[in-house]
Write a new protein. Structure first.
Length: 413
């Protein structure tokens, strides 16, 4: 049971100018059911044409919304999945001081490195920073194995950690078989475009410094110069990450770009989009279609701010607490991406539980804001408690137990 109230968003303004970096607001809603079927039935919802990749997804990281996609929840052979997880676990190990950026890790034995891209490490190995650069710029197999052994002692133990971490992050369709991402016909790795995007978002939220490595155009190691597989770094200055992987018969990639956009008369954000493309016909096709999807997202949609994070004026009723009312707020300003020239059709609906019972802790989820474009729900953000409410005494709890039994099933805010 829930209570709901429709709130009228304030007037919005939009346009494109230059500006500085804004706050990244990523509601981790990519694991929820996709709304693309409903969007496809809404003629006014923009849809890109001519994307040939087996699976793809366009995400607005400024809001956490998925703007478009095809077969994004269908398990498929990944490209770059292991690179993402190896990078994520390496940065985690750095944070936990298991390894250091300047630490030298020995190179793997020749028979431990599968065929494919490599840094040509040699027995002396390389510094962790160089290994991370080799992994993220070109998916170097020897660098990935070196990091795996340096963190977990063996590649098998590292792969077990990769799969444990995937489970912890809720990536239920994702399976790793090695640290390097080398293709195998026996028990192959798998993921979905949706889960690959979710892992990339987690990497960015926890370790934004990864982009300082991913946006480098080249690496030179042992006198050998190799370039980043992400060709868009040369074609579009707004592109700043993240990975691109080439196989003989297909190419995959996960690319991010940021461009400034105003959200008010004097405010602007650095809006960031992400494109996941799995199994394009070639590196050239992947680069072309990724750039087309980025331009489509920036040109067809704008981000507007509907509410400040503390703009919810109503108080929520609390039972069995030392107070009868609770102030609520959003974790961040409520931003939403919507098709241009259709902001007047936006409406919001506040959903709260019918019986909120103490104790309640500040920051605890107590409801949600659903955002609609006409009849189509396009976004949802959490409503959280702005303060804590402790449990009342025995008499107060007994009285509220009776009140909960006799109260109406729905009560508007």
């Amino acid at each position: 049971m829930s209570a709901s109230a429709t709130l009228k968003p304030p007037p919005v303004t939009h346009g494109l100018t230059t500006g500085f970096v804004g706050a990244l607001i990523c509601i981790f809603s990519l694991m929820a059911a996709s709304t693309h079927d409903a969007q496809a039935q809404t003629p006014q919802w923009p849809s890109p044409n001519g994307v040939s990749a087996k699976a793809w997804m366009l995400i607005d990281l400024s809001t956490g919304q998925s703007l478009a996609g095809v077969r994004e929840s269908t398990p498929t052979e990944p490209g770059g999945l292991s690179v993402l997880m190896t990078a994520y676990l390496s940065f985690t190990a750095l944070r936990e001081r298991q390894i250091r950026m300047q630490q030298v890790l020995p190179g793997p034995l020749e028979n431990e490195v599968p065929a494919g891209p490599r840094m040509f490490l040699g027995a002396d190995g390389a510094k962790v920073r160089d290994l991370l650069t080799g992994v993220m710029l070109m998916g170097a197999h020897d660098a990935a194995v070196s990091l795996a052994k340096g963190i977990s002692g063996s590649e098998d133990a590292f792969v077990a950690l990769m799969n444990q971490t995937a489970k912890r992050l809720g990536l239920h369709n994702t399976r790793f078989t090695n640290a390097s991402g080398a293709r195998t016909d026996v028990n192959p790795a798998q993921t979905t475009a949706q889960e690959m995007a979710a892992l990339a978002i987690q990497l960015y939220l926890e370790f934004p410094e990864a982009f300082q490595i991913a946006n480098q155009r080249e690496i030179t190691f042992n006198g050998i110069r190799q370039t980043n597989r992400n060709r868009l770094l040369w074609l579009d200055r707004s592109v700043d990450g993240l990975i691109a992987i080439d196989h003989p018969t297909q190419a995959s990639g996960l690319v991010t770009a940021r461009r400034p956009q105003p959200i008010g008369p004097r405010e602007q954000i650095q809006r960031r989009l992400m494109v996941v493309v799995l199994q394009s016909d070639s590196a050239e096709v992947r680069a072309q279609e990724t750039l087309e999807l980025l331009n489509f997202g920036f040109q067809q949609f704008d981000v507007v701010r509907l509410f400040k994070h503390n703009a919810v004026g109503s108080e929520l009723e609390v039972f069995k607490g030392i107070r009868a009312k609770l102030k609520a707020e959003f974790r961040q300003d409520v931003l939403v991406a919507a098709p241009r020239s259709r902001f007047g059709e936006l409406r919001t609906e506040l959903q709260t539980g019918a019986g909120l019972v103490a104790p309640v802790t500040a920051g605890q989820r107590v409801g949600s804001m659903r955002i609609y474009l006409g009849p189509l729900q396009i976004h949802e953000v959490d409503l959280v408690a702005a303060e804590s409410v402790k449990t009342a005494g025995l008499l107060g709890r007994a009285i509220d137990s009776v009140r909960l039994l006799v109260r109406p099933p729905f009560k508007p805010l």
